[in-house]
Design a protein around this ligand. Structure first.
Ligand SMILES: Cc1ncc(COP(=O)(O)O)c(C=O)c1O
Length: 429
């Protein structure tokens, strides 16, 4: 493969353990075509990005029209109509009083800016985040990431960050018997973290409403209400990281809507523009107003082409009811795969919301993580025509995050292939 040679010679390929042996020629809807002619059903969406499907015609048309008019002029020097319209749309679709946006380029940049805003707005400088979390690979976003595997040689990290335990029921550190108990114990631990691991100068608590890279960990429905009460007691802001969960992925436009809790700041990226690079953080106006001239900027942030794509993408989400389809197809997949939990030792737990589904693979009743087996499942799925992801703190969680336009028949195709592969790999335990 000529491209592989170019990668090896001229790119820093050593940042990952390996690449999938697929050279992508093109992609449309839910299908990816390789230069070798093979076609795959995409169950990873470019890491949860192409929620409206690859190359959605309305998104492509909006971006092409914008390219003909204006590609870049700097959204923070001159007024850019698309940026203004997108910011208005974000204020309309995000929950509660979130209203003012800063448009940037990526998830990590959104997190960096959100942390900075929280410090400006509160006059405090500490943060609390969750174990098993992932928030990006820049200095501050990596500093608040609760997973040592992602932080190797990246330190020393930003001071003033404390971690509270994630409500990870399957491996609950408190041995909780129910998800509700795990949520309660984990929320209590957050209060303890604030009390004993910080100087009481906490600006914000940052959390993903479903922990994606940590292994699709879905907190119990009570968790964020309990957390918000604790935060409010201490006047600590809640930064909800919707970079991976946002834009319909979990069956609502934003996953925090499942919990009935309103964050003060929300970070967005990935699914915001169906593949065009864009990030954002949006805040309550009284909080956003804490920024003053010189507080923040980004040369490429709010690029007109990305903003035009994002506007079209939001229209598609609403017109084609993509969150609703994510909920329906997600239920179809989890109902069909659920029996495998009892049937196969390999499948320790199946969990998820909408089309954000994880199967945690284990070797035995002691829940020893089955990372090699997860890799093997990914390989065999690819050979059978579906591209899945693998993640989790212990690299043992099979991730299904297909485009939200997935059809009923395609969901059946996934279940058929994945069930067979899991049974085969289970046989080699
Ligand atoms: C929840 C969450 N936050 C932030 C990020 C960082 O986003 P980016 O890779 O666009 O910087 C990610 C990326 O996976 C993520 O899942």
């Amino acid at each position: 493969m000529q491209t592989q040679k170019l990668y090896d010679e001229y790119m820093m390929t050593n940042i990952v353990p390996g690449f999938e042996p697929v050279e992508v020629e093109s992609a449309k809807g839910t299908r990816i075509r390789a230069t070798t002619g093979e076609e795959y059903l995409d169950c990873f969406s470019g890491i949860s990005v192409c929620n409206a499907g690859h190359g959605h015609p309305k998104v492509v048309a909006a971006a092409k029209a914008q390219i003909d008019k204006l590609i870049h002029c700097c959204t923070y020097v001159y007024y850019n109509p698309r940026a203004g319209q997108l910011a208005e749309a974000l204020a309309q679709i995000t929950p509660g009083p979130l209203r003012k946006s800063f448009l940037c380029n990526s998830g990590a940049e959104a997190i960096e800016g959100a942390l900075r805003l929280a410090r400006h707005a509160t006059g405090r400088d500490e943060f609390v985040a969750l174990t098993h979390s992932f928030h990006g690979r820049t200095y501050a976003s990596l500093s608040i990431t609760g997973n040592s595997a992602r932080k190797k040689s990246g330190g020393p990290f930003m001071p003033g960050v404390a971690f509270a335990p994630a409500p990870y029921f399957y491996r609950c550190p408190y041995g909780s018997k129910t998800e509700a108990e795990c949520a309660e114990r984990s929320a209590e631990a957050l209060a303890q973290t604030i009390r004993y691991q910080t100087s009481g100068n906490v600006a914000a608590f940052v959390a993903e409403p479903v922990l994606g890279e940590g292994g699709i960990l879905v907190p119990h429905e009570s968790y964020f209400k309990l957390v918000k009460e604790i935060l409010d007691e201490h006047d600590i802001l809640f930064i909800c990281d919707e970079v991976q969960t946002g834009f319909g992925r979990t069956g609502q436009l934003f996953a925090i809507e499942h919990y009935g809790v309103e964050p003060e700041i929300m970070t967005l990226a990935k699914g915001i523009a169906d593949g065009f690079p864009l990030g954002a953080f949006i805040a309550r106006p009284d909080i956003a107003d804490a920024f003053t001239p010189g507080s923040h900027l980004s040369t490429f942030g709010g690029n007109p082409v990305s903003c035009a794509a994002a506007l079209a993408n939001i229209g598609v989400m609403q017109d084609e009811k993509l969150p609703e389809n994510a909920a329906a197809r997600g239920a179809q997949l989890t109902d069909a795969l659920r029996p495998l939990e009892d049937e196969l030792m390999l499948v320790g737990e199946l969990r998820g919301r909408g089309l954000m589904i994880g199967l945690e693979l284990v070797k035995d009743a002691d829940k020893t993580p089955a990372a090699e087996e997860a890799k093997e499942v990914k390989k065999r799925c690819r050979e059978a025509g579906i591209l899945i992801g693998v993640g989790g703190t212990f690299a043992n969680v099979v991730r299904l995050q297909p485009p939200l336009i997935l059809s009923e028949d395609e969901a059946v195709e996934i279940v058929d292939i994945l069930s067979k592969v899991l049974r085969d790999v289970n046989g080699s335990l």
